[in-house]
Design a protein around this ligand. Structure first.
Ligand code: AMP
Length: 505
């Protein structure tokens, strides 16, 4: 398939009028290389791809390389075509900025997201980036915006642009593509002399070899030894871009250097454990369905805390103990060996003291007693301790009422998944109807749900409260797919593809 070259707005509009799928947009400044190629190839798997080539004057400082930035449109078209792009759009400056760049209505990137890393040394750069991308998105109206994780700060800022302005476009990050010696591909690499090119590999090498006890100092030292002039080496929280230390389980160690006259940037993710996600919320908000699906999509283990409380309830019943009798339940917890195993092809096996109880814990008898058993402090404490132990190396998503507050207060992503009482009553009515049960009056269902919320949030042991740093997701009017997409978006704002790749399929 050939890749057409578009320049005017009218040509762009004609192209948009004949799309046969959701439009995928890869904005670039040209000088295309296999890093851009990877974005295009992955985007082409989702729909028709439009690549823009526009060297944006607003994102270059006065002493920067705007005039000598590589302009190689023919070669760009060929590479874009080989990677599966449908069109390459190279707009004129006055298409993007009708009154000229200097008198364009401009936008500002959030101050807190540009006080560190490249924002500190390139004042105005990210304002120029958000201004141009907002304008390009308005002209292109894509379904999905594809961006490289190589420019992590840019990715964070553009995600925020899309979220804050509610632009209704998905944002997809792509891991950095590198040369065989580790150097990240960049249009600016072609400025490097052969001596500098050899030296440039010290940047990724230094980041990779960072001493976990003092990464910034060790990287600075290695860079200086390699003859690279350090602009910054900073460790920041990947989402807030604020400086952090080892208490942040997944952090970004980023650096910018001068190699000869060329400025190079790169980063690594430092991880003290695999990602951890906590999803809390009231009953009936659809937590277990979306958590299970989200875990599978992200290759994380789904920690079904409900199954754990059910397992203890099953054990209590097996031993003929009264579910209300905490003193008799406590000894059972001492020798409890409770295991959750993921089965190949989905599903989960639950073992209590070696016995498979996966089906037994779903019985009506267990369902009837699980709240009483779960309310005991000794049960909560035992299971919370076990959940913490299971989460120590990360790699899981847990769902419950107290996961983000009591169990995994250091989770990388905490979500409070909820829906209005009216919406939950509507879903409950639908569910009862589909399962052939009598459906109470809507007002009665609403009263029951409100009462349960009240009990859950005022109980003494681990009440249901939203963690201060949780993201609230109100799912009224959202499909299950839309909720999962929103969770993925939140996760990817914190954990790069490079650090935790989305499993294939
Ligand atoms: P640029 O042309 O430098 O503005 O880059 C256009 C897009 O390609 C941005 O989203 C970059 O993050 C991305 N990109 C640039 N270099 C790479 C690379 N080596 N690997 C992956 N993505 C890249």
């Amino acid at each position: 398939m050939s890749c057409v070259v578009l320049s005017t707005q009218a040509e762009l509009e004609r192209f948009r009028a004949n799309l046969d799928g959701p439009l995928q947009f890869v904005p670039t400044m040209g000088g295309l290389h296999q890093g851009h190629g990877e974005l295009i190839r992955l985007a082409a798997g989702r729909g028709p791809v439009l690549v823009s080539v526009f060297v944006n004057p607003l994102q270059f400082g006065p002493a920067e390389d705007f005039d000598r930035y590589p302009r190689t449109l023919e070669a760009d078209r060929d590479l874009a075509e080989r990677c599966g792009a449908h069109a390459l759009w190279a707009p004129a400056v006055d298409t993007v900025y009708p009154g000229g760049p200097q008198s364009a209505v401009s936008r500002s990137a959030p101050v807190d997201l540009q006080t560190h890393l490249c924002g500190a040394s390139r004042p105005g750069h990210f304002d120029g980036v958000v201004t141009v991308v907002a304008r390009l998105l308005q002209l292109v109206e894509p379904s999905c915006l594809w961006l490289g994780e190589k420019d992590w700060q840019q990715l964070v800022i553009l995600r925020r642009l899309v979220a804050d302005l509610d632009l209704g476009v998905a944002v997809q990050g792509v891991p950095t593509v590198r040369e065989s010696d580790g150097l990240a591909l960049s249009s600016r690499n072609q400025y490097l002399s052969s001596v500098d090119r050899a030296r440039a590999a010290a940047l990724p090498a230094a980041l990779r070899r960072a001493d976990p006890n003092d990464p910034e100092t060790s990287v600075r030292q290695s860079l200086a030894e390699a003859g690279l002039e350090v602009e910054y080496v900073e460790r920041v929280d990947p989402r807030t871009l604020q400086p952090c230390g080892a208490e942040t389980a997944i952090s970004l160690l980023a650096a910018a250097v001068r190699c000869g006259t060329t400025r190079l940037i790169d980063h690594v993710f430092l991880m003290t454990r695999q990602p951890l996600v906590a999803i809390d919320g009231p009953a009936g908000a659809g937590k277990s369905t979306v958590t299970r699906a989200f875990a599978e999509r992200m290759g994380l283990v789904y920690l079904d805390t409900g199954a754990m409380y059910r397992s203890v309830t099953w054990l209590v019943q097996q031993n003929g103990v009264d579910p209300q009798d905490a003193a008799s339940i406590a000894p059972l917890l001492n020798d409890l060996d409770l295991q959750l195993r993921s089965l190949p092809g989905g599903g989960q096996q639950v073992l209590v003291n070696g016995q498979d109880v996966s089906d037994a814990i779903r019985s009506p008898e267990v369902t009837a007693s699980v709240s009483a058993v779960a309310a005991h402090r000794c049960v909560r404490q035992a299971l919370t301790a076990q959940q913490k132990a299971m989460g120590a190396k990360g790699g899981l998503v847990a769902e419950g009422r107290d996961i983000g507050t009591a169990v995994f207060p250091d989770a990388d992503l905490k979500v409070f998944l909820t829906a209005t009482v009216g919406e939950r009553a509507r879903r409950r009515a639908l569910d009862l109807e589909q399962r052939g049960f009598p459906v109470p009056e809507r007002s009665e269902l609403e009263a029951q749900i409100a009462e349960r919320d009240h009990l859950d949030s005022t109980r003494e042991e681990a009440p249901l409260v939203q963690a201060d740093d949780a993201v609230q997701l109100v799912t009224d009017g959202m499909s299950i797919e839309a909720v999962i997409d929103a969770l993925v978006g939140q996760f990817r704002s914190r954990v790069a593809e490079e650090a935790w790749p989305t499993p294939a399929g």
